[in-house]
Ligand binder design. Structure first.
Ligand SMILES: [Zn+2]
Length: 126
């Protein structure tokens, strides 16, 4: 189909000039050939999904970095995230209580906490 630039009348593809006013004709691009309206190819879907996934992993990492367990909750693993949150606090208190009198007790707590914190971030990224 072609559209007249003068009066917007639809004309046949075979028409050279507008049948109504004799104006210039421009071809109408069918909807399905427009880049935005055609269905995405598999490759494009994979790319978009990959980008979204990368953003999600990045956010999950930041959340778990700030608050252990938050990245897991962000990923939809609510139970796991809550358990990690509680375990990090309770674990820290328990380890602290049992190691406070030991020589280097504070280091044990610090190292144990650091290892658990790293595991939490690695888990949030998985
Ligand atoms: Zn016309």
């Amino acid at each position: 189909m072609q559209i007249c630039t003068g009066c917007n009348t639809s004309n046949l593809n075979t028409a050279v000039r507008c049948e109504k006013c004799g104006g210039e004709l421009i071809p109408v691009v069918p909807q399905e050939t427009l880049p935005m309206s055609r269905p995405a190819t598999h490759q494009e879907m994979v790319e978009v999904m990959g980008q979204i996934q990368a953003q999600h992993i990045g956010l999950a990492t930041v959340f778990s970095f700030l608050i252990p367990g938050l990245g897991q909750i962000f990923k939809g693993e609510l139970g796991k995230g809550v358990i990690i949150m509680i375990a990090m606090v309770v674990g820290l208190i328990l380890v602290g209580a049992f190691t406070a009198d030991l020589p280097g007790g504070r280091w044990i707590v610090a190292i144990a906490y650091f290892i658990a914190w790293i595991f939490n971030i690695v888990d949030a990224r998985s």
